[in-house]
Ligand binder design. Structure first.
Ligand code: SD4
Length: 330
């Protein structure tokens, strides 16, 4: 792999396509970066997810460890925080928009490169399963709002109130000032982006969130946007994002990470280079958080963030753990 990586890096450097100079300079920097030591295990199966989503990984692992499919693993995995009212950034119990409505975004990708997505979906506890149905049962990739809800109900999902007492109380307190501050509190994030590599060596990913708390009604973040919040290319690897979605969308973040891996970078290097790209495009780079996780086809994995405080949960044959990711700023 490392020879191939060197070869790919050199080819990327010598190519004259737009942006190659940036890749060259950034690669040199990335080589000096501290690597998460367990990156190069090459194990499969494995599952990696943003933040401390150990329980979600457990659910995914129970599929993977029985030789299950990566797609079933990521769906089962992210359904855990979707149903957990204590998780305030995903599904049931998620913080509402400024009008007090919980609106959900989710997407999923399979090893064939098929994808499904729902945006601005209300009253359905498991948007990830609706996204999967969009992928499998419709000729479309993305359904939004009312149409997504109609499709979910027709597909047998149940309408539920997702606003918990705790979230409603907080929202009412927020209304007193009603200031939308997209300053990311890194302790308060738990959008889940999950990637799984199954025993057969196939990759799938899922991402699900209630989005930025107190967002404008109708706001959609990066999480359900294929290429931004999630991207999987079964020949190369997968990536998922968390943090301030607008910044991730601007650089098509997860797709960027996968393309950087295609050029020969390790998952950690690729995440770091994407974070550097975000920094270079945003003068306010100290005021928000973005984190990426990535895995490649060989089972190497990693994560990296803009500000400190980001980490990821990992489960493979060696066991499960929470790994603190390196960050551009500490
Ligand atoms: C969004 N990326 O809607 C999501 C928010 C997030 O942890 O990641 N929260 O912008």
């Amino acid at each position: 792999m490392s020879n191939r990586r060197e070869f790919l890096k050199k080819s990327a450097m010598s190519t004259t396509f737009l942006g190659s100079a940036v890749v060259f300079e950034s690669c040199a920097k990335a080589d000096k970066a501290t690597q998460e030591p367990a990156e190069n295990t090459g194990d499969k199966p494995l599952v990696i997810s943003t933040w401390n989503n150990i329980k979600a990984n457990d659910a995914a692992w129970s599929v993977l460890s029985q030789d299950g499919h990566a797609l079933d693993a990521v769906e089962a995995g992210v359904k855990i925080p979707e149903a957990d009212p204590a998780d305030r950034s995903v599904g049931y119990g998620g913080r509402p928009d400024r009008d007090g409505r919980v609106t959900l975004d989710a997407c999923i990708m399979n090893p064939e490169g098929d994808c499904g997505s729902v945006v601005f979906l209300e009253n359905i506890k498991h948007p990830i399963s609706v996204a999967r149905k969009v992928m499998e049962d419709t000729p479309h990739v993305m359904l939004a709002g009312e149409g997504a809800l109609k499709f979910a109900l027709e597909s047998g999902f149940k309408k539920e109130n997702l606003l918990t007492e705790a979230s409603e109380k907080e929202w009412k307190a927020w209304l007193k000032k009603a200031e939308y501050k997209p300053v990311i509190n890194i302790e308060n994030h738990d959008t889940i982006g999950m990637l799984a590599l199954d025993k057969a060596g196939d990759l799938a990913g899922a991402c699900t969130t209630s989005g930025a708390a107190y967002k404008m009604r109708g706001r959609v973040g990066d999480s359900p946007i294929i290429g931004a919040g999630l991207y999987v290319d079964n020949e190369v690897g997968g990536a998922a994002a968390t943090g301030l979605g607008e910044k991730v969308i601007k650089v098509v973040g997860s797709y960027l990470v996968v393309e950087l891996m295609r050029q020969g970078n390790t998952p950690t290097e690729a995440c770091r280079l994407a974070i550097e790209r975000i920094k270079s495009k945003n003068p306010d780079y100290r005021d928000f958080q973005v984190g990426f996780v990535a895995v490649n086809k060989n089972g190497e994995y990693g994560g990296y963030s803009l500000q400190k405080g980001f980490g990821f949960a990992l489960h493979n044959e060696e066991g499960k753990k929470y790994v603190k990711a390196d960050s551009l700023f500490s």
